[in-house]
Design a protein. Structure first.
Lengths: 243, 245
């Protein structure tokens, strides 16, 4: 075990963290509006659209992420290239930063998971809340945005935390798209002296740190958002029993 | 505009189908061993000793934060080196399959332990108390009263973990195991990188079918074990008190 190499590579690989975070959070932010829309389609069970959303969610959830990455990465550039050529747009698609494709794949995955998360969270808000809002003269949109969504967000937080961790872990695969993320940097560093174990231990350590920070921040947000009622003795006993 | 050769897919499917047993073997063995390990870890979570609880919590926490591919590489590169340095045993002669199974067993154990823990907690404490009060030993209470009920509660989450294991199992090709994905890559190499999309699509179809089968069978199992289907006696209960909640 080469301790000096371990430390050097650790600092070197830290440079991959922004890439990981950019991919994860772009996917979450880009996926949220579509996922909300899909969640509403599923809740209201709109005839034809409901089937399409269900099909999409099952399709994305039942194929491995690495396959999605490989399919998008081998399909999209050549298709776009041909499209631009046909439309005679002078734009070299092969010079585009591959991070765009990674964001696309992760957004597609995030939409599928977010749809389910938002759907269950919105359904978990007591229907009386919305009825009360509508009865006090709120429009449908106002009732959703001011009453239902804020409460649903609190309910969705634990699942969101899980999803963020899942996506962060998934970014360890984007080195296949020639993106210089944590894993890629560590791998390249290892190939000089065949120090693969040290490199992967570094990667493991970095992912551990990222995931710990994410879990801790979600915990803080949850505590901050908690209703005073939840700080009651009964609730804390329930938490104790479940943690 | 898109040169998709759909007609190639059947022959590609024919070439990867013989490698389904490898993938299924990895999933099956890892899930069985992982469930056993997960059960042991879940037991430690409820241990009286603080050290055991801490150990189990740390294990779950660590594995939850580990990307599968990184664990796979660490096991594949690290384990042989560790054994060579400590016991002077050369593990490099072992099949890659064993390293894959070890990694996915470790991964699956963490999610299985979480599943078992939540299922155990979902069973009302009154059930244990009633079991103990009627003279059963602690072990009998667990195996005859708690376990059958917890099993049903655990089914949906267990199904999820199994599907995840199946999907993560794809990564085994990165250390050179020739399973579905490994064979797909070999075919791709043989075709000089042509028909990449068709090859990956056929792998996706196979995985999609497998996930479908897993989910359908778990749904059937759930319905089979549903409360409504229990014998009338269990529903009505003894002396008017329901046996199951």
């Amino acid at each position: 075990m080469d301790i000096q190499y371990l430390i050097d590579t650790f600092w070197l690989s830290l440079k991959g963290i922004p890439v990981t975070l950019i991919i994860t959070f772009s996917a979450l932010i880009l996926g949220t509006p579509i996922a909300l829309w899909f969640a509403h389609i599923k809740i209201q069970q709109i005839k034809f659209a409901n089937k399409i959303v269900n099909g999409y969610v099952t399709l994305i959830r039942s194929t491995p992420m690495i396959l999605q990455i490989l399919i998008v990465y081998s399909l999209l550039p050549s298709v776009l290239n041909r499209m631009f050529k046909n439309l005679s747009i002078p734009f070299d698609i092969f010079k585009v930063n591959p991070i765009i494709y990674a964001i696309l794949v992760f957004t597609l995955t995030a939409i599928a998971s977010l749809t389910e998360i938002y759907r269950s969270a919105i359904l978990a808000v007591q229907p009386g809340q919305k009825e009360a809002a509508l009865a006090s003269g709120f429009s449908e949109r106002q009732a959703n945005w001011r009453i239902v969504y804020p409460q649903a967000l609190r309910i969705a937080l634990p699942n969101l935390c899980n999803l963020v961790i899942f996506l962060v872990k998934g970014t360890s695969l984007v080195f296949i798209m020639t993106i210089k993320d944590i894993t890629a940097i560590a791998k390249v560093a290892a190939s000089f002296g065949y120090n693969y174990i040290e490199s992967y231990l570094d990667v493991l350590l970095i992912y551990l740190i990222i995931c710990s920070v994410i879990q801790f921040s979600f915990y803080i947000i949850e505590v901050l958002l908690d209703h005073p009622l939840h700080k009651s003795k009964k609730y804390s006993q329930w938490r104790l029993a479940h943690d | 505009m898109i040169s998709l050769h759909i007609d190639k897919i059947p022959s590609l499917l024919g070439q990867i189908i013989p490698f389904i047993p490898v993938t299924l073997f990895v999933v099956f063995i890892s899930s069985v061993l992982g469930s056993l390990l997960g059960g042991a870890i879940a037991r430690l979570l409820f241990s009286q000793k603080k050290l055991s609880r801490r150990f189990a919590q740390t294990y779950i926490y660590l594995l939850r934060c580990t990307p599968p591919i990184v664990l796979l590489f660490i096991v594949y590169y690290g384990l042989p080196k560790l054994f060579l340095n400590l016991f002077e045993i050369d593990l490099n002669v072992l099949d890659k399959l064993i390293f894959v199974v070890i990694s996915f067993t470790l991964l699956f154990a963490a999610s299985a332990a979480e599943t078992f823990r939540s299922a155990y907690l979902a069973i009302d404490a009154g059930q244990t108390e009633a079991g103990l009060a009627s003279g059963l030993t602690a072990l009998q209470t667990f195996w005859r009263i708690i376990f059958p009920q917890a099993l049903r509660v655990a089914l949906p989450n267990y199904c999820n973990s199994l599907v995840n294991l199946m999907k993560e199992g794809t990564l085994a090709y990165t250390i050179g195991l020739v399973d579905l994905m490994g064979q797909a890559n070999l075919i791709l190499g043989r075709n000089y990188g042509n028909y990449a999309i068709e090859t990956y699509l056929s792998v996706a179809i196979v995985y999609w079918l497998f996930v479908l089968i897993i989910e359908l069978s778990f749904n059937m199992l759930e319905r089979h074990l549903a409360f409504e289907r229990l014998p009338k006696k269990a529903k009505e209960g003894v002396h008017g008190y329901p046996v199951l909640d």
